[in-house]
Design a protein around this ligand. Structure first.
Ligand SMILES: [Zn+2]
Ligand SMILES: [Zn+2]
Length: 360
């Protein structure tokens, strides 16, 4: 049986969903399925002989025209532009249920954040029209993470309080560690997925690093726009920020070509290794943690489209000015240590001595 979390909001497992879809429900009208496949055939693979009728309403892809938030282009989200975000269908007995299906695996490295907006909107709308069951396979990790995010947003709860509150309804909930981390980011971003936030940018870079480590091809579409090409910036960057204050710009010292904007910079806390999993191991050659000079000699930025060397797929290499070919810095997918002692992973580094900072 599904557990009641709030009025018109239930959490359950695949068995609960199958039972309701097959036999109907006096209470539940909407179902949010969070399974490794969005297809209804997942149910018949789970229990042979089980067939659930469906009628498609729509499918929404990350960068597609069906996307409700037109402002969200593929390059800003961390998901591949052609990935299915969710499908919406009428399903179950007499096609009476509205089912939204989101393809998400229960893995720590799985990107939960980029699905939250769609899921939370669906839960909110469904509760107005009827009652919604949020379910995954076991009803422990994925569904719990999404409901926790919903409670965080709607009741302004911290990640810890939301999970504790959910546990009051259903003792067994336990989102995986990767989801817990992302829920914390969601909290720190102000209960939303703010793609302009440094927290999100760091997350995006980590997702990119994960795909690099899995051997996926990293092409320019995943990189930020080249600030040195005015047309590229104008078409894809931050129209809402144009009116706001001035921003720092980094130029090649030799030829003055624009190579990065303040928005591209990923700040780190000097001397802390927090951005790298294995920082303890890596710092073994430096037992006192910090170097004598705590001043950072580099800035670290997100990968940008002028970085041809990165697009070629190497693990590490020089970053070369696209105009004059002066060496500006270095990149390494498995990390670079800043002069302050911090490890940045993955790292796209500009030496402060090779760039000029100005305000534009
Ligand atoms: Zn530093
Ligand atoms: Zn140059």
């Amino acid at each position: 049986m599904p557990y009641l979390v709030r009025e018109n909001l239930f959490i359950g497992n695949i068995g609960d969903a199958a039972e309701i879809l097959q036999n109907g429900s006096s209470e539940i009208t909407h179902i949010l399925s969070v399974l490794s496949s969005a297809s209804i055939s997942f149910f018949s693979e789970w229990r042979s002989g089980l067939t659930i009728p469906t009628k498609e309403i729509r499918k929404v892809y990350v960068g597609g025209s069906g996307s409700e938030d037109g402002s969200e282009n593929g390059s800003k989200s961390s998901l591949s532009p052609d990935k299915l975000l969710y499908s919406l269908e009428n399903a179950g007995k007499d096609l009476k249920f509205v089912r939204m299906a989101v393809p998400l695996r229960d893995m720590e490295s799985e990107n939960l954040l980029d699905y939250l907006d769609a899921c939370l909107d669906f839960i909110e709308d469904s509760r107005k029209e009827g009652s919604v069951l949020v379910h995954c396979f076991a009803g422990v990790s994925r569904s719990a993470a999404i409901i926790s995010a919903y409670l965080m947003k709607s009741e302004r709860l911290s990640q810890e309080d939301a999970i504790e509150s959910l546990r009051q309804s259903c003792e067994s909930v336990c989102p995986n560690d990767g989801f817990l981390e992302q829920l914390k980011m969601f909290e720190l971003m102000g209960f939303k997925v703010d793609r302009a936030s440094p927290i999100y940018k760091r997350f995006r870079l980590k997702v990119l690093g994960d795909s690099y480590n899995r051997g996926e091809k990293i092409d320019g579409s995943k990189f930020g726009p080249d600030p040195g090409l005015p047309a590229e910036i104008a078409s894809s960057s931050l129209p809402d920020k144009e009116a706001s204050s001035k921003t720092s710009a980094y130029r090649c010292k030799k030829c003055r070509r624009l190579v990065a904007l303040q928005d591209n910079v990923l700040d780190h806390v000097p001397g802390e290794g927090e951005t790298c999993f294995e920082w303890r191991k890596r710092r073994s050659g430096n037992p006192f943690g910090k170097s004598d000079d705590n001043e950072c000699s580099s800035i670290f930025i997100e990968p940008l489209r002028w970085m041809k060397e990165v697009e070629e797929g190497a693990l590490e290499g020089k970053l070369i000015c696209a105009h004059c070919e002066a060496r500006l810095g270095y990149f390494n997918w498995s990390g670079i240590q800043c002069s302050c002692g911090s490890w940045i992973t993955p790292a796209f580094q500009l030496h402060k001595s090779r760039v000029d900072i100005s305000t534009i």
